[in-house]
Design a protein around this ligand. Sequence first.
Ligand code: FDA
Length: 408
Amino acid sequence: MSSLSSSSPSSSFDVVVVGAGAAGLFCAALAGQRGLRVLLVDHSEKVGEKIRISGGGRANFTNRDLDVRAPQRHFVGDNPNFCRSALSRYAPQQFIDMVQRHGIAYHEKHKGQLFCDGSSQQIVDMLLAECAAGNVERWQPCKLGDITHVDGRYQINSTRGPIDAPKLVVATGGLSIPQIGASDFGYRIAEQFGLRLVSPRPALVPLTFGGDAWAPYAGLAGLALPVRIETGGKKDKMAFLEDLLFTHRGLSGPAVLQISSYWKPGSPLTLDFAPGTDVAESLADAKRRSKKRIANELAALVPSRLADAWVGEDPALQRPVNEATDKALAALSERIARWQITPSGTEGYKKAEVTAGGVDTRDLSSQTMESKQPGLYFIGEVVDVTGWLGGYNFQWAWASAHACAQAL
Ligand code: FDA
């Protein structure tokens, strides 16, 4: 690392922002527009790659339903209240106003989620235009080497020469999707300066179930249906009503991505495949009035592929419903309304939309995002603040960037 050029004179700035993703681009733009001399550095050739691939290419850039009075409703972390200050000073509407000023058309999908009508590249272009308006200097690709703090200034070796600034903003994101530039840079800098970390882990990620245990369900790959999904015990129970997707290796879809941020290894998930329906009562009623096969009756409550698979597992269920025992129907109802299964793991950082954990919020100011190390700031996903699926992670990136930029 120290072999990176350090003999030439340093380029001096008021602020160096490391990471030209969602948070870094926005923070650099706002700081530049406040008149600061800002350098934005990224080791990748392209900026904002996660924005570009987000939301299926249309970027779910914020969420109108965000409730800043109760951030624990939409954010996970050791201290979910930490994000309240930044989120209350930069609301979704403020980002929406900027999107409108740039003439970007958008629409609301489900549960307050806002997406571009066109391409997510429009959001990247908007942020770049905002950076240009703030005369932000950009260096990319540019790799950083050793960082030292001497006489109140950060001195950084880089592949484009030494850099020097009194303020350093780390916006290098989490570990998800390493193939497009994710790195542990932010965590290493935090540790170098004695800040604590909450162990990073993949979140908003599909869950897997090990080869043999999953074999009976692998044939359901591709099946999607609304479910209620739950994990945790009395004190930390969490549940979502969302769509589930069966895959060849396990479970995915919004329901599973959401619950994955709360799931603890070794603990089970409980799924209700017919939320809002009393399956036991419906089957008992069918037994009184129908001679159809159980699988056919069940198919009125859940998709027929699921009905066939569940009934196919038990010979006692392969008969007309009026010939079934009450015990067999009760057991079937239980498996539809309270199916318990324990994941063996997750699909990992390759498939995770975000990284939970990160720089411990106890070592950061919730007002400014400055750490206990003077002049060193952390914003966006590198911090131990993880949003739900649905635009909350971008809103955290915008809000934490804004809080930081106001304080630089
Ligand atoms: P981000 O990851 O955006 O940027 C980090 C930057 O730092 C990158 O440009 C990287 O190259 C750079 N970097 C890393 N290490 C470096 C180093 N050592 N030196 C220099 N630069 C370095 N969220 C949401 O709200 N709505 C959505 O629709 C989606 N969709 C979505 C889809 C997919 C497939 C993924 C993977 C993620 C999402 N997300 C999302 C999550 C969202 O993309 C994410 O939370 C934000 O991009 C985080 O913003 P940051 O700026 O913190 O990190």
